[in-house]
Design a protein around this ligand. Structure first.
Ligand SMILES: Cc1cc2nc3c(=O)[nH]c(=O)nc-3n(C[C@H](O)[C@H](O)[C@H](O)COP(=O)(O)O)c2cc1C
Ligand SMILES: Nc1ncnc2c1ncn2[C@@H]1O[C@H](COP(=O)(O)OP(=O)(O)OP(=O)(O)O)[C@@H](O)[C@H]1O
Ligand SMILES: [Mg+2]
Length: 511
């Protein structure tokens, strides 16, 4: 069978492994479900094109080989008459439509064209023809891949079937290595700079493949397989706005402040420090406090700093709690190859996903660590599956890791934090938006706690929006009081009311 032969004859060990694993998943599915109750979701895209040929290989290997291919060329090519569903749309590219139809007819696929949306289309399909499993070309990194495994039951609210994702762990590069190694046809749009294809309204060629600057005529693009950084595969897809349930929408409205974009509201952060060394008293916690200062400096409010032991469950519990109550969670510590380095496992557990090898991160580590970095199963390259974004800045040897609204900081001291923080803010698409600043007034007084307490309590009722922070450095020394707020007018009104409640000269301002 030509696909199996092409892969076996190639010298690409990585591709051979990916191929073997995907074909194994396909063979398992063919063994588990009756062939008539299995469908292939095919849309002419590159991922489903790869899947088509894997299915042909998997079906060929699953069957008695002599049965399925008797030397007749046509029967060998059309060896997998699998039910194939295509959800048609008036917004699809004509090139996608024609490639889908031509390919289905060339390989003898039993095409079922569906005119409604995915969910209602599948509901209808299930009524007409029992369907137990559907092969889908979803890959890690696709927005809908989060939490999926190679076999994942359809979601609640969807008709019941098994989603079979044989190429879930394939990278962008794996997809193109397969297509080019097997020399199979693909949709012509990929030769015009499209790297991931949605509808005609939300898809343009990937600007990273543009040749207008140097190598080619204006307005032309290199083919999709020339894209070096697979993470930018969806750069030609216009972004959807954040969902209403996404807490980050609180931070969306922006004011323009002399060229620096400043968000109007406040964002909240929590900081989790993972450190047995702190809990055992052998080291002091410094990074949390330093980051707190930095966040305050850009108008963010830190609502919680915690120190947890180096245990997966403790980290997972804390992350789970904080990720849903604050806009951003920052984690320090427990990052690396040591047994105590549990931060990423804790984050994965908190989000209910597994740790999976990340090819891009692996490459950064290999460059950074060099010869000591061995094998593609190195544990340091295992990242929470489907939720990880690498935040790369040219100053950093290895990108920072962001999983949804959790950022795992690699800093182990103040200097490193300084660098990573600057890089984080300097990213073109930084997840940390600068907010309107806090205004504050800091005072000291020799008045007793009892004398000030009553006035402060009354002030809290009238000015609940003003933070009042009181502390002392010694029991007999002066009391320090800070008033902090975003609204300068309210801050002035509150402090004036406060001053008026005491004899003149009771307070000194601290600059
Ligand atoms: C055959 C098939 C099965 C799907 N099953 C589910 C599902 O069980 N749960 C779900 O939330 N979405 C399901 N989807 C929708 C996909 O998650 C996703 O929204 C769709 O592929 C569109 O991707 P896009 O928004 O990136 O274009 C399914 C889609 C297809 C084609
Ligand atoms: N209109 C559709 N009809 C049938 N299956 C679809 C459709 N849209 C998506 N799918 C399924 O979802 C998978 C993932 O879609 P996705 O758009 O990410 O990949 P692709 O279209 O194969 O490649 P690309 O990322 O280049 O667009 C497809 O491989 C296919 O299995
Ligand atoms: Mg697509």
């Amino acid at each position: 069978m030509e696909i199996d032969r092409a892969i076996r004859e190639s010298a690409d060990r990585r591709l051979q492994t990916k191929y073997r694993n995907a074909v194994y998943v396909i063979q398992r599915a063919f063994a588990l479900y009756p062939f008539k109750e299995v469908a292939f979701s095919f849309n002419g895209g590159k991922d489903s094109t790869v899947l088509l040929h894997l299915l042909r290989a998997g079906y060929y290997l699953h069957q008695d080989n002599t049965e399925s291919c008797k030397g007749d060329e046509l029967s060998c090519i059309q060896n997998c008459p699998i039910r194939t569903i295509y959800f048609e749309s008036p917004c699809a590219f004509p090139e996608i439509d024609s490639f889908t139809f031509d390919t289905a007819s060339m390989y003898g696929l039993q095409l079922e064209r569906i005119q409604s949306d995915f969910k209602s289309g599948l509901e209808e399909l299930m009524k007409e023809k029992p369907t137990k499993a559907i092969f889908i070309g979803t890959r890690i990194g696709d927005p809908n891949a989060i939490g999926q495994e190679q076999f994942s039951p359809s979601s609640t609210g969807w008709p019941p079937f098994m989603r079979v994702n044989p190429i879930l762990d394939w990278s962008y590069r794996d997809v193109w290595s397969f297509i080019l190694t097997c020399k199979v046809k693909y949709c012509s749009l990929y030769d015009q700079g499209y790297t991931s294809i949605g509808s005609i309204y939300d898809t343009v060629p990937n600007a990273l493949l543009s040749m207008s600057d140097s190598s080619g005529p204006k307005g032309s693009f290199k083919p999709a397989y020339m894209l070096l950084d697979g993470r930018l595969e969806r750069a030609g897809r216009t972004k959807r706005s954040a969902s209403k349930t996404d807490k980050k929408t609180d931070c969306v409205a922006t004011l323009d402040n002399g060229g620096v974009s400043v968000d109007a509201g406040t964002c909240t952060a929590s900081i989790i420090v993972i450190g047995d060394e702190i809990l055992f008293g052998t080291a002091e916690e410094k990074l949390g406090s330093a980051l707190c200062k930095k966040l305050h400096g850009i108008g963010w409010q830190v609502s919680h700093i915690s120190v947890v032991p180096n245990e997966i469950d403790s980290v997972a519990e804390e992350v789970e709690l904080r990720k849903s109550t604050t806009d951003m969670v920052f984690i320090f510590g427990a990052l690396g190859p040591l047994p105590s380095d549990v931060s990423l496992a804790g984050v994965a557990k908190a989000f209910g996903v597994r740790l999976a090898p990340d090819e891009e991160f692996e490459e950064y580590l290999r460059k950074f660590i060099g010869n000591d970095y061995t094998g593609d199963r190195n544990e340091m390259a295992l990242l929470p599956e489907g939720i990880t974004e690498l935040l790369h800045h040219e100053t950093l040897p290895v990108p920072l890791i962001k999983c949804k609204n959790v950022i795992v900081m690699a800093a182990t001291n103040g200097d490193e934090l300084e660098t990573q923080w600057s890089c984080l803010l300097d990213l073109p698409e930084t997840p940390i938006s600068v907010k309107a600043p806090f205004f504050s007034l800091h005072l000291t007084t020799l008045l007793s706690d009892v004398e000030t307490a009553k006035v402060l309590s009354k002030l809290s009722i009238e000015f609940p929006d003003i933070h009042k922070v009181c502390h002392r450095n010694s029991r007999n020394g002066s009391l320090m009081i800070s008033f902090i707020a975003k609204d300068k007018g309210r801050l002035d009104a509150a402090t004036e009311r406060f001053f008026n409640s005491f004899p003149e000269g009771s307070f000194s301002k601290v600059v």
